[in-house]
Design a protein around this ligand. Sequence first.
Ligand code: P6P
Length: 347
Amino acid sequence: MRYLYQIAQLLPMSKKNQTLGEFIIENQAYFKYTSGELSRLINSIRLAAKVVNHEVNKAGLVDIIGAAGDTNIQGEDQQKLDVYANDKFIQTLTNRNIVCGIASEEEDDFISINSQDDNNQNKYIVLIDPLDGSSNIDVNVSVGTIFSVYRRVTPVGTPVTIEDFLQPGNQQVAAGYVVYGTSTMLVYTTGHGVNGFTLNPAIGTFYLSHPDMQFPENGNIYSVNEGNYIHFPKGVKNYIKYCQMEEGDRPYTSRYIGSLVSDFHRNMIKGGIYMYPKSSKKEEGKLRLLYECNPMAFLAEQANGKASDGFKRILDIQPTELHQRVPFFCGSKNMVLKAEEFMQNTD
Ligand code: P6P
């Protein structure tokens, strides 16, 4: 409790000790379209995050880590916690009868949610990466959940279609992540800035610990898997060499956790750029547009940062497939602009 008390001293009076629940109610007025549904949706994500956090934190103690013996559509080994997190988020969103459709990294196709009367009046859909960075689970490195929320575009009361899920990121109404790290945080936006809430595990309550989070315009951290260096496009190689040069505020520091949520979170607080470029091994990059890049790009822009594929704004990309991948450059505005300069000026 002392830790929270210390945080509370840093918060403006109006925010002291504000819980996530109080924050959602207080900001309800911002949601001009909703009759409280979006608030209930964020609340259901809060509940699922606490349940998953409980399992992630004891992963080493029970027989829940290790592969689930199956692979997902990406062809990646599904870790048991992947499957558990996926089930918990889908179950929570379904049981509370809040959304009309869900898409997940762990599901081959989208899921249409029909309420009891089979005439689902809900208007929101959710896309999730239930446990991003799951290869870190067995080595006790932080992982995260990423979520993205849209209003459906097909008529309310009818089953959702793929059209509801293939909306450009600039149509998102909310996005966020949970980072299961040294502490568990829920960070999200509804288009009015980015706010971070830290879980007090003793009482199971999220408290506003990082109000109005902002990317510093500049930074000195670059995050990329340099093991892929020889496979990168020339423009990316030239930018990485630029980061390593002794000049001005460089060389930068290289920090790469292998967990997008954790690298993004650190870079948002300290200033930095995260890159997952295309390469000769991965022509479209690795990260998925709909449930990784779009939500992180929405958060980045709401926090005065920037996100592109090296050439165009992530949020303006028109999706064509549920699990499509895009190259991803995201973080401090001036760092992303510099990386784009190298990408665009090098053939
Ligand atoms: P690599 C995790 O699988 C993930 O999607 C991101 O969280 C992470 O930044 C990246 O992939 C790591 O990929 O190829 O560097 O191991």
